[in-house]
Structures are given as C-alpha cells and as structure tokens.
Design a protein around this ligand. Structure first.
Ligand code: ZN
Ligand code: ZN
Length: 257
C-alpha cells in the first residue's frame, strides 16, 4: 500500500518577513491552498494538477495567480482550481477578474483554457488526483470555508482549515476508525480568546474543547495558522495544556499517512 506524503510549504496565518502563508502539497499533484505556492519550483508547480482551496481569504489564495502565470506555458492540461461554491465565486469575482489579475479561465491556450474552476459538493467523498479521496465539511469561518477529511489506502486525516468552534466535522471524523492525524488551526493565544471568537479562529483552549468533541486522545495533532507575532504566547499555552500531544508545523515538514 502506498503512503501519501504531505509536504508543508507554508503554515503561517499572516505575512511577515520569514513567514510562509498556508500551502501544503498532498503527494505531487494536489496543492491544498495557495498562500505560498511560489515557494515551489516552477516544475513542482507545473506538476500540480489541482489547487484545492479551503476558502478564499487572501492568506490561502494569494499566490494562485502567480502559480498559473508561471506554469501556463508548461501545462498539457488546464490547472483545476476546486473549492466550495462561495469560495470559487469570490476568487472569480474579486481576484482573477481581469482587474486585480487576469481571468485565466478565459485565456485560451493550445490545450483549452489555462485554468478551470470546479465546485465541491459538500458532504460527499470525491476523488483527487494522486489516489486520495476527500470529504468537504462546512466549518465556522467566512469566505466559503471548508474543512477536509482525506483518505488514502493507508489511513485518514482531518484538516480543519480556518475555523472557529464547530461541530459537524468532528462528528464526521468519529466515523473514521483509521484516523492517523489531525491538522488543526490555532491562530491566537488564550489571552486573545475574544479576538479569536470574533474572527472565527481557535486558541489552544478552544482547540482543547474541539478535540474533546472527537475524544480520540490517541491521534496526534499538528497545529498551523499561528499569527507569527503570537507564536510565543501560543506555544506557552500549548505546552501547558497539551504537553507534547500537539506539534507545531513548520515550513519544510513532511508528514505521511
Ligand atoms: Zn487563514
Ligand atoms: Zn480565513
């Protein structure tokens, strides 16, 4: 059975010197969020068949435009950009709209359009390039946000995407006996709980309550999406609450499932 590798390209919840916005490579052909797609070589970007978006906020879509620009001449298939209906509408209307950036879905090349948009059907398993299947679950955030469950031949993982406290994705994950890991957002430390709630994000204490909903203390948790200037406070809270159960993801990490 073939393991799938997740290469962590960027995990930061905002942009500062030395930070990389959210992007993870699932195998070679699926890029989950495009915040720092340009960190990949041009050839790696060309090998990406699909960009799967958790939602349309800038830290998750920023470098989609640069990625298609850099690789359009190399592609023998259009780049597939997939997200919830609301997410795709926002990207089309407010970003790749021939004003902020060219609308590559209307640029004709020898292989047809340079880019095609695809809408996810919620709460249904669907296939991704590279042999993964995915399940999209609405979560508590703006911009058409979805969390995902991913399944390979060897196990399943849960990726919360950006979210505040939510329920249904944890309920769905209870059905997965082969859950190998949880990739969960933490954006603010406990002392900024008000800001986290107002912006639909999590703190370590809020994540602790989320994990209680699943009640799988055997499953390792990897955190991402920290606001860079809050890292120190978050790490202190995490160490106090979770000891070593939660690992902070870093750019360059590789996970397997
Ligand atoms: Zn974000
Ligand atoms: Zn967001």
């Amino acid at each position: 059975m073939i393991k799938v590798f997740i290469d962590v390209i960027g995990v930061d919840g905002s942009k500062q010197c030395g930070c990389n916005l959210c992007s993870m490579l699932l195998g070679e052909s699926v890029l989950l969020d495009a915040g720092s797609a340009s960190m990949l070589s041009r050839q790696q970007q060309r090998n990406v068949e699909m960009v799967l978006l958790t939602h349309a906020h800038l830290d998750h879509v920023l470098e989609l435009g640069f990625m298609i620009d850099a690789t359009v001449a190399l592609r023998d298939e259009p780049l597939r950009v997939m997200g919830s209906k609301a997410c795709i509408e926002i990207v089309r209307t407010h970003y790749m709209n021939d004003l902020i950036w060219p609308d590559f879905s209307r640029i004709k090349t020898s292989i047809g359009p340079a880019l095609v948009y695809e809408t996810i059907e919620d709460r249904k398993w669907f296939e991704l390039p590279g042999g993964l299947t995915a399940w999209a679950e609405p979560v508590c955030h703006g911009a058409g946000a979805r969390g995902f469950l991913f399944r390979s031949e060897t196990g399943s993982i849960l990726h919360t995407g950006d979210t505040g406290p939510t329920c249904s994705i944890w309920e769905k994950a209870k059905e997965l006996d082969d859950l190998r890991m949880i990739i969960a957002e933490i954006s603010f430390p406990d002392e900024k709980t008000d800001i986290a709630i107002a912006s639909n994000h999590l703190t370590p204490s809020l994540l602790e309550r989320e994990l209680d909903k699943l009640n799988r203390p055997d499953v390792p948790v990897f955190a991402f999406h920290l606001k860079p200037w809050e890292r120190h406070g978050i790490e202190k809270d995490v160490a106090r609450r979770f000891r070593d159960r939660i690992v902070m993801l870093r750019s360059g990490d590789r996970l397997a499932f």
